[in-house]
Design a protein around this ligand. Structure first.
Ligand code: NAP
Length: 282
């Protein structure tokens, strides 16, 4: 029997409906949750991403401001804008869209965002909160993957999870979230000699590499949960993930499609993080 699809669009709709309710409850208490999105430069992909984020806020009762700056904005001026947003009581989440122009140090900018407003969860302090098990804002993509795994109803505790990829934004926080949920976690990366040795034993596989056909059917344990974070193009120019979807679907128990899987969940979890940041205030 083919694997059950974990539908990121449907799950997003469910979670966004809850976001709308939580936003309305906050607004009724005089605290409309607000997200500030800062875009520097004219990268066309970034412009689409920020537009989608702002649109999602407006559709679910969140206040959102988009600050657009010319690519010539100085690092000092950007840091000053971040400081102003940190102090703005109408702003509960701050997102500075990456990549930034080369003359701006992204680490400095991310570090300047108040931890309580770091809705991307990328700062060293947010990463430290996750690593040490403190409450805090979690990076949106792995946070969304956790919601997708939870949606299967399969308990994560005691399961063997394999994460392929160890980036600071996806692979590492993914592994830490699974560890926090009491999975036994293995992390594979570009220097792992035989990834299949690990994935064949895994109850949960998360592929976050950026290379198509990284996970093939012979690498998957029957019945496993397979989460595909990758965003690649196939020979026909169509969007595809890291997982050999058609063949893996015949082996796995649950699988996320690309498109329509992890992608829609990432923006949804940005909304959730903004709500959580607003709810966390005294
Ligand atoms: P990244 O920073 O480039 O990291 C890729 C990771 O994959 C690295 O840890 C790298 O290992 C590992 N890797 C590379 N080649 C490998 C191989 N042949 N075998 C095993 N591991 C290998 O990318 P990322 O930001 O984590 O993103 C990963 C993918 O997810 C990309 O396709 C990206 O577009 C997609 N993505 C999707 C969403 C979404 O919302 N759907 C969000 C974020 C990212 P080393 O560390 O050893 O170099």
């Amino acid at each position: 029997m083919p694997a059950q699809l974990i539908d990121g669009v449907a799950l997003s709709q469910q979670i966004r409906a809850q976001v709308g309710q939580r936003a309305a409850a906050l607004a009724a208490r005089g605290r409309r949750p607000g997200l500030a999105v800062v875009l520097v430069g004219d990268d066309s992909a970034s412009a689409v991403y920020v537009r989608n984020k702002v649109k999602a806020c407006h559709e679910h009762g969140l206040h959102s401001v988009l600050e657009k700056y010319d690519a010539s904005l100085s690092e000092a001026d950007l840091l000053a804008r971040v400081a102003a947003l940190n102090a703005d009581p109408a702003v509960h989440g701050i997102l500075v869209q990456m990549p930034l122009p080369r003359h701006i140090d992204p680490h400095k900018v991310i570090a300047a965002i108040a931890t309580a407003k770091d809705v991307d969860g990328f700062s060293v302090l947010s990463a430290g909160e996750l690593t040490t098990g403190l409450p805090g804002l979690r990076p949106c993509t792995p946070y969304g993957c956790m919601k997708m795994i939870e949606s299967t109803g399969v308990p994560i505790r005691g399961k063997h999870a394999v994460v392929i990829g160890r980036s600071n934004t996806v692979g590492k926080p993914m592994a830490l979230l699974l560890l926090q949920a009491h999975a036994t976690v293995t992390v594979c990366h570009s220097a792992t000699p035989d990834i299949g040795v690990h994935t064949r034993q895994a109850d949960i596989v998360v592929a976050a590499v950026g290379r198509r056909s990284t996970l093939t059917a012979d690498m998957v344990k029957p019945g496993a949960i397979v989460i595909d974070v990758g965003m690649n193009r196939n020979d026909a120019g169509k969007l595809c993930g890291d997982v050999d979807f058609a063949a893996v679907r015949e082996v796995a128990g649950w699988i996320t499609p690309v498109p329509g899987g992890v992608g829609p969940m990432t923006i949804t979890m940005l909304l959730v993080n903004t709500i959580e940041a607003a709810e966390a205030l005294p």
